[in-house]
Design a protein around this ligand. Sequence first.
Ligand SMILES: [Fe+2]
Ligand SMILES: [Fe+2]
Length: 276
Amino acid sequence: MTDTLPLMLPTRDAGCDWCVLPAFLPLQGMGGLTVNAFLHKGREPVLVDTGLAALGDAFLDALQAEIDLADLRWIWLSHTDADHIGNLTRILQRAPRARVVTNFLGMGKMGLLGLDTGRVQLLEPGARLTLGDRELVPLRPPYYDAPETLGFLDTRSRTLFAADSFGALLPAPADSVTAIEASALRDGLVTWSAIDAPWLATSDRDALGRSLHALERLAPTTLLSGHLPVAEDGIAALTSVIFEAWCAAPSDPADPQAIEAVAKALEGSPEARLEV
Ligand SMILES: [Fe+2]
Ligand SMILES: [Fe+2]
């Protein structure tokens, strides 16, 4: 194995009937990225995302060590990026009772990818997924990289799933957020947010700040992110980093692909005049 291949890590309990199926994807020169799926082992078991295709057998082994896939009822798709739907088809083949939870755009993108949409459970705006002893209330995280993104709050345990929000580049795999040195966590959060959601640089800072504070008011006990080890001490340490980076600091004018930057660079340039 080389250090550029993804690695499946040991399954870890995340509390309140949730467990995390973590992997680590090395990124040359940048450390690496956690890639998580999550399993809720309650009355109506839910798998949240389906891991990396490159880890197919290892992912399925880890998942089947936790649950008989014949019992799986729901597959909650955060969005249709490759790092979240990598093993969807294989799991659906082994989980005949499972239905895929997504929204209209998510279903459309599944169709464009050639995926089976026959077992989609469409989540209409305002709808919740009821699991018997709890509900998963859909929410749009503060930032994301695909418009169909669906996070949720588990009403029983107040576990929050934030999809790609709060992902961080890390120097090495970690069991939990508390195991990461503070400056490494801050740098990793800011760098990954700039890569994954470059629109943060031009977003409405007040609106983003309100969104972060609203998330804090939900008072989640545990944060599950697709790209961060489990955070079991709430979210304030994470939201404050994102607030400082994107809401409190002056905007960065240095992006050479910003439309304003391109327009300024072309001002007075004869090559840029439109021929009509
Ligand atoms: Fe994504
Ligand atoms: Fe992702």
